[in-house]
Design a protein around this ligand. Structure first.
Ligand SMILES: Nc1ncnc2c1ncn2[C@@H]1O[C@H](COP(=O)(O)OP(=O)(O)OP(=O)(O)O)[C@@H](O)[C@H]1O
Length: 252
């Protein structure tokens, strides 16, 4: 079943269309990778489609289908941090440096799930364990700047799962990590998808990474979705010049 459908999404500034009539269907339970060169419009597409773009200079139009109902892009904002989570490249920016990780998670859960402080703590700690944050008490009491990038990504994933997200949009989640941590975080995304059926939209310009994780690949260039297909099809028989070039760069 198509869980998340973007129809004719346009994100424009006065000067030009930065996202130009993008249409894309994401199936429930799949991992889809969104790729393209830097500045091609990957982030704007998904920030636009989830109501995250608040800049007055940008207009966002189009229709979004979420679990069989249609919404405007800005209405999609109501699902964020609940059914849909957006995991950013630099998790440090997602946390307030003056409150502990535990307080941040507890407050988020109390607000979104309307649970008590005790229940919130229990749910978060449970997900910390499931996400292999074994030193749970220390993580809970830490401030974001006291944890590594990989640990913060695990906290972000734990929080996304704790609030009951059915879909996670991960925007370059491993770019700031070293190669070993990158592999470990990638395997957590795959595990979350396999064990809990969470749909994952994985935005990355790294073809090497996305070929390991995705069922489908969509290629964006100059704000347009130029190629879409199964990972096998895109890797073995790409049709567009940009896709072929990106694959060649990977093999150099
Ligand atoms: N708030 C904004 N106002 C105006 N233009 C913007 C804004 N945010 C991004 N842009 C421009 O829109 C284009 C697409 O940006 P976007 O961040 O979506 O690219 P991207 O493909 O995600 O790039 P990267 O891989 O480097 O993250 C770029 O030219 C960028 O400069």
């Amino acid at each position: 079943m198509n869980q998340f459908v973007i129809e004719d999404l346009i994100v424009g500034s006065a000067a030009r269309k930065l996202v130009d009539s993008v249409n894309l269907s994401v199936e429930e339970g799949e991992i889809i990778a969104i790729t393209g060169k830097s500045g091609s419009g990957k982030t704007l597409t998904f920030m636009g489609a989830t109501g995250l773009l608040t800049s007055k200079e940008l207009t966002v139009t189009g229709k979004i289908k979420w679990n069989s109902e249609y919404y405007t892009p800005s209405e999609m904002n109501t699902f964020l941090g609940k059914e849909i989570s957006y995991v950013m490249q630099n998790p440090m920016t997602a946390f307030n440096p003056v409150i502990t990780i535990g307080s941040h998670c507890r407050e988020t859960l109390m607000e979104h799930l309307k649970v008590s402080k005790k229940e919130a703590d229990k749910i978060v700690i449970d997900w910390f364990y499931k996400l292999n944050l074994n030193d749970t008490k220390r993580v809970y009491k830490s401030y974001c700047y006291e944890l590594s990038g990989g640990m913060l990504q695990r906290v972000m994933l734990a929080l996304a799962m704790a609030v009951g997200s059915k879909m996670i949009i991960a925007d370059e989640p491993t770019t700031a990590l070293d190669t070993i941590t990158q592999k470990k975080i990638l395997s957590e995304f795959i595990r979350i998808n396999k064990e809990y059926g969470v749909t994952i939209i994985f935005i990355s310009h790294d073809f090497g990474i996305i070929s390991q994780i995705a069922n489908h690949i969509a290629v964006i260039s100059d704000g347009k979705l130029i190629e879409y297909g199964s990972t096998e099809k895109i890797l073995t028989a790409p049709e567009k010049e940009l896709t072929i070039k990106m694959l060649k760069e990977l093999c150099v």
